[in-house]
Design a protein around this ligand. Structure first.
Ligand code: ZN
Length: 271
């Protein structure tokens, strides 16, 4: 193993350990502090800079006179973010709060219901590790121009896909291509209906909006980054995010009944 591989391996182990302890209500103390220091704290400012055009202008080398982008990256190139595939269930929430993207969850029951319904319709197996192509993101959104409502989406479930790309909402590459993930696609699908400025390539000035996204598993670092970038594409918008761990979601899907409890007669026969 190279040093880079060793480090990647250590982060996977750290995320798994933090997830397990948190699930059992035992996260705290040394491991939590170490994870905060080594994984969360270096990532947070890198996520923060993706929330607006000014802080991340360098990535595009924008010509101030014409607004032309001299560099057109196809993904976020950031060594700090490319180090870990996720911040895990507990710290993704901490990050969303710090980035003003968390939510009070009034709509969480509806989001869960709709997302789980889609997973059942698609016959997704409640396996221990979900496949990205099977996952679903629930979304709602409003786009307004002045007092006029241009778009209103009350319930929309989005899966793995390839919605129209936007230069301001780029994926992060960790281990593999994550550009098709459902949570990022949900953002892009809403933006397909927004008026886009041909020079800035973001949503036109003066247009405002709101978006809610629910993920059926903990968002990966690429999807979390995309949620940060949403406001640099759509400067007049707010975004709220909530999610479940896959461990929770998988309890609600799959139509196989549980194993039958053997009757007393069966047990007597066996003896
Ligand atoms: Zn993802």
């Amino acid at each position: 193993m190279t040093d880079v591989e060793k480090q990647a391996d250590a982060i996977v182990h750290a995320v798994v350990a933090v997830e397990l302890l948190h699930w059992h209500g035992k996260l705290g103390g040394t491991l939590e502090n170490a994870f905060r220091k080594c994984v969360y704290s270096p990532a947070l400012p890198r996520l923060q800079r993706l929330t607006n055009r000014k802080d991340s202008a360098d990535d595009f080398k924008i010509d101030m006179k014409t607004g032309r982008k001299l560099s057109r990256p196809s993904r976020v190139h950031d060594a700090a973010l490319e180090k870990q595939f996720t911040l895990g269930y507990a710290f993704t929430d901490v990050a969303l709060r710090a980035l003003c993207r968390s939510d009070n969850g009034i709509w969480l029951p509806l989001a869960r219901y709709q997302a789980r319904k889609e997973l059942n319709l698609a016959d997704v197996e409640p396996e221990e590790d979900p496949q990205a192509k099977d996952l679903v993101a629930f979304s709602q959104g409003i786009i307004r121009s002045g007092s006029e409502e241009l778009v209103q989406v009350s319930t929309r479930s989005v899966g793995h896909g390839d919605a129209k790309q936007n230069i301001w909402i780029l994926p992060v590459f960790v281990d593999h291509d994550r550009s098709s993930h459902a949570e990022r696609q949900a953002l892009l699908v809403l933006l397909e209906a927004a008026p886009i400025d041909s020079v800035s390539e973001g949503v036109k000035d003066g247009v405002t909006g709101q978006m809610r996204v629910y993920a059926s598993h903990t968002p990966c670092i690429s999807c979390l980054s995309s949620m940060c970038q949403f406001t640099r594409c759509f400067e007049g918008a707010d975004i709220q995010v909530t999610y479940d761990t896959w461990k929770e979601t998988r309890r609600w899907i799959g139509l196989d009944p549980p194993d039958e409890i053997p009757s007393e007669e069966d047990e007597a026969e066996e003896k």
